[in-house]
Design a protein around this ligand. Structure first.
Ligand SMILES: Nc1ncnc2c1ncn2[C@@H]1O[C@H](COP(=O)(O)OP(=O)(O)O)[C@@H](O)[C@H]1O
Ligand SMILES: [Mg+2]
Length: 291
């Protein structure tokens, strides 16, 4: 039997017992697609850009589950510099990622920065102290880029609070100095656009829902190559399948991958060994449907 349809890792996984093949399905895998490539190229450009007085920033926006954090994870895998400096006792890294929890306060933001640098943080510490420690450590750790994921949580609140949070990002970028990469929903985009000065510092890239086109077929084909199934499913050549996937998922990346993983699991359990429209139909019942 030919397994030419598979990527090397998936080929290796074919040897595993069914339960382990199913466990393999649950692992996150990276599939390249043009929009993500574009985002990665932009991040690359920011990282290699020489230090200036006014560091460029970037906003990646799109709805939840569309693939924003995966792009950052991929970028981190490609830029793993994370060293411990024995002279200073400090962590040194190029890219620092923080996730903004909901319930915005400046103190929590600085707290997240401290946690990301493995520094102690007590939520009861006074804001001035937390800010001072975070800025001092940041200058030592020296990230060239700070990624703020779920940035809409930081930018929630009244117009005045939004402005304060945007100024905080600008301040941080100037003080460290570093580029700021913000990931968030369209609320984040709206917040950034309220201030022309900030908007000009934050060019954005949208991750939209998938449309039925060549890019989607490429993504599906890429996903299929990584599924440890013995037979080809030819997802991208099959109109019924592509239509079914679009109507079951609304074109949201995370829902597409969840649907395909469920269908692939069914393909293993039923010994069908490829994804068929029937298996997709059944698997579709396990994912959230969009109107
Ligand atoms: N490039 C990709 N390759 C493979 N799977 C992806 C990719 N992007 C997103 N996914 C799937 O979609 C899910 C949601 O992506 P995530 O980046 O967490 O979305 P967001 O941060 O926009 O909410 C991931 O857990 C993964 O299963
Ligand atoms: Mg995310």
């Amino acid at each position: 039997m030919s397994i030419a349809h598979l990527a090397p890792e998936a080929r290796a996984a074919l040897e595993l017992p069914d339960e382990q093949r199913i466990a393999f399905l649950a692992e996150d895998r990276w599939i390249d697609y043009p929009r993500a490539r574009k985002a990665l190229r932009e991040l690359e450009r920011l990282l290699t850009c020489p230090q200036r007085t006014r560091m460029p920033s970037f906003l990646i926006h799109g709805e939840s589950n569309i693939g924003k954090s995966m792009i950052i994870q991929k970028f981190l895998r490609d830029h793993p510099r994370r060293e411990f400096n024995h002279d200073t006792g400090m962590l040194q890294l190029d890219v620092l990622v923080v996730e903004m929890p909901s319930g915005p306060t400046e103190r929590r933001f600085y707290g997240q920065l401290l946690l990301a640098m493995n520094a102690p943080y007590r939520p009861s510490d006074r804001l001035a102290a937390v800010e001072f420690t975070a800025l001092t450590l940041l200058r030592q750790v020296g990230p060239k880029m700070i990624v703020v994921d779920e940035v809409h949580n930081l930018l929630a609140g009244s117009a005045r609070e939004q402005r304060a949070s945007l100024n905080l990002l600008k301040f941080l970028s100037n003080q460290v100095p570093c580029s700021i990469v913000a990931l968030g929903t369209r609320d984040a985009l709206a917040a950034v656009q309220t201030d022309p000065q900030i908007a000009s510092r934050f060019p954005g890239l949208e991750l939209p829902r998938w449309q039925e086109n060549e890019d989607l077929r490429g993504f599906l084909a890429g996903f299929e190559r990584q599924l440890p199934l013995r037979k080809p499913s030819r997802l991208s050549d099959n109109r019924t399948i592509v239509n079914g996937i679009m109507s079951a998922t609304g074109g949201v990346t995370g829902e597409i991958t969840a649907l395909l993983s469920h269908a692939a699991e069914a393909a293993i359990r039923t010994k069908t060994e490829c994804i068929t429209p029937e298996l997709l139909q059944v698997a579709g019942g396990k994912v959230r449907f969009h109107p």
